[in-house]
Structures are given as C-alpha cells and as structure tokens.
Design a protein around this ligand. Sequence first.
Ligand SMILES: C[S@@+](CC[C@H](N)C(=O)[O-])C[C@H]1O[C@@H](n2cnc3c(N)ncnc32)[C@H](O)[C@@H]1O
Length: 392
Amino acid sequence: MFTKLARFIKTKYSRRVDKYAAKKRLQALYLLKAWEFMSDKNYEFDLVEHCYVDNRKELDDIEIIKRIVAAYNKAKAAQKSAPGFYQVGNEWLPIYEKQLKTVMQALSNEDIPALRKIYQNFWRDPCSAGLIGLPTDMGKHFFGKRILRKYKKMHLFSGLHRMKLWRSLMGRNASLDELSSPAIGNPYYCSIDGHMVKAGSDYLHYYASTIGRLTETSQTRIVVEIGGGYGGMAYYLLRDQSNLTYIDFDLPENMALTAYYLLNSFPEKKIVLFGEAELTPECIASSDILIMPNFEMDKLADNSVDLAFNSYSLAEMAPETITHYIALLSRMTRKYILHVNHTRHSLVTADEFGIDPAQFALIYKMPALWNAGVNPDMDEYEYLYRKKDAPG
Ligand SMILES: C[S@@+](CC[C@H](N)C(=O)[O-])C[C@H]1O[C@@H](n2cnc3c(N)ncnc32)[C@H](O)[C@@H]1O
C-alpha cells in the first residue's frame, strides 16, 4: 500500500520529489562533514577568502604564446577535414559555444596581448571552464569581494575531504610539499596546515603517482592522456618520473591551454606542439612532451604506449567518440588503460565503454571519492585494465 502510494507520488511529482530528496541528501552529507571536521584546525572560515585572493602574475610568455597560436591555427585548419567523432560534442558543446568564444577569437586572430591577459588569468578566465572548480558558479560565488558562509562551507568540506582522501591513499609519509606546483595563471587554494594547496592538486598528484608506479619497469615509458585539462596531472608525472614521454590529445582549444601551462612549467624539457614535427616513433622517442589535437591519435602505432589515461572526460563525450577512442586506446596500448569516469550521470556509463574483456583484464574498479565531500550523488569510479598479452 505504502509503496504504491510512494510510487504514485514519485511519478506525479517526480522532478519535485527528486529535487527535494537531493536537497535532503546534501543536508545530511553536510551534517556528517561538519561532525567529521569540527575539531580539525583547518576547518577555519576566516581563511577561505584568503584562498581566493587574486594572484595573477605577469609572465615572460610572448614567445610561448606565438608557438601556441601557430599550433592552434594549424590544428583548426586540419580539424575541418577530420571525421565527426573528432569534433567537439555532447557536454563540451555548450562550453565551446559560450565560455570559450573569446579565447577562440583571440587565438584565431593571433591577438597576443589578449591571449596573455586570458592565460595569465586562467583558473578564473572562462578559457578554463569545465576543467577546474567546485560544482557551482565559481565566478559568482567565490571571485567577488565576499564569499557567503554557505560557499565557505562548501570550500572547506571539499578541500578537507580531498586532503584526507589524498593522505589515506598516499600513505603516512606523504608530505604536502609533494603537492606544490607552479602558480601559472591565477589559481586558488585550500589552506592546510599552513600550506596553500592548489585546488585539485590532490587527485592530479595521486593519478600521476599511480601512473608512475605502473610504468616504472618499462624500458621506454610512453604515457598517453586523452583530454588532459590544463596539464595538471602531466605536471606531477613529468616532475617526478624520469625517462618518460607524455603525449596529450585534446580538442585544439584545450590543447592550447595545456601547452601554455606545460611550456611555462618546463622550459628545459623538449616539448613538441602540433605542426612543429611529424608524430613519428622517432619524434616520440626524442621528446619529453607532445601536445596534439585529438585527430593525431590515429598516427600512433599498435602496442606503442605503456599506459593510456583518461580522467573525467570520456563519459562526457558523444557515444561514437567514446567507441572510437576505446578502439584506438586498445590498439595502441601495450599494457594498461587507467581511467576515472562517471557511471550514472552520463550518456554512456563507464562500465559500458566497451573495453574488450578478451583483450583486457579488469584489475580493479574502485570508487573515485574526490567529490564525495560535497556531492552525495557522486558516481565516479577508477578502473585499471591490463592487456592480457602484455609483456612482463
Ligand atoms: C572535465 S575535463 C577533465 C580534464 C582532466 N582530465 C582532469 O581530470 O582534470 C575534460 C577534458 O576532455 C577534453 N575533451 C572533451 N571532448 C574531447 C574530445 N572529443 N576529444 C578529446 N578531448 C576532449 C576537454 O577539452 C578537457 O580537457
């Protein structure tokens, strides 16, 4: 009787019931988090505004931007004849149409002064939309003069939860110093034990160290990432691992941002952008970093990559793109596919990406709890697959 009534109410008022239930779940989560962090010395509302102080710096980046503009415009020209699954799609389409308009214009007009202004403010400028931040309008709630208490709470719960998770995954000896990274752009932080920890550095560092461990014994360490965001994971990977080549494939606009971050972070490394050299085995072997548009992925040879990585992006793409990328990754990877993706809030669940069980064994699937401090409905999982005929 009760179930029937509940089902009737749910169908009739479905959206309102779902919204109400989501609100209640969030309230319950916040109660639990307040209890959990009440006596933590970092649970300090007065510190939050300090974490969002505008700290952009003028960089000597003109030559870097000139290289990026050349690579971007070559990639845009070549993108026109690339197949449909390489075009921007699904959840990224609105970001392109609204948030990235200005940076796309500046890139295609080769407007160096405008690009310097944009990139020196990335993290806050819309050019990094969809890559960074809490699940709210960051500009409206965090970058103004005052941050309301409810958003300070969100900041603290997220930051403290993530830090606790990072420490539990990395072990007792992990030091906060490992999370430091160059303050390129205009980042914001979380204040932990007197350290200013860049937002999101926890998961980026964790995946970089996991990849480092998994590829440790390979002679030629080649790691491919699809959709590397601003290059945050790549930074830790390349800082901490030696003899490793990192190749990122992304849409041309994010490819430009990744190039900005990594070129500024590693002036001493050999970095190849699109159009500067052909993506051949020789070029890969002699480079540290290659930042390419997605359609260049076809050029990688079978079994030429030790580990392929993707985080928080495959599930956001169009189904035909996912199928194509999984086929490509399966072909080019000789050992591991590691990915972190949505299982419910996406067109295709990460459980059904189509990684062939005859070719790859699932080593583990585990919840990726990074967002669980502020999202009671989180659905992200981390998956590690190993090729069945992998060497060693
Ligand atoms: C939510 S961000 C995640 C960034 C980063 N992996 C992280 O975890 O912080 C999604 C990334 O996927 C990229 N992306 C979106 N559609 C793509 C496509 N069709 N091909 C390649 N990359 C794509 C975006 O440009 C962006 O770099």
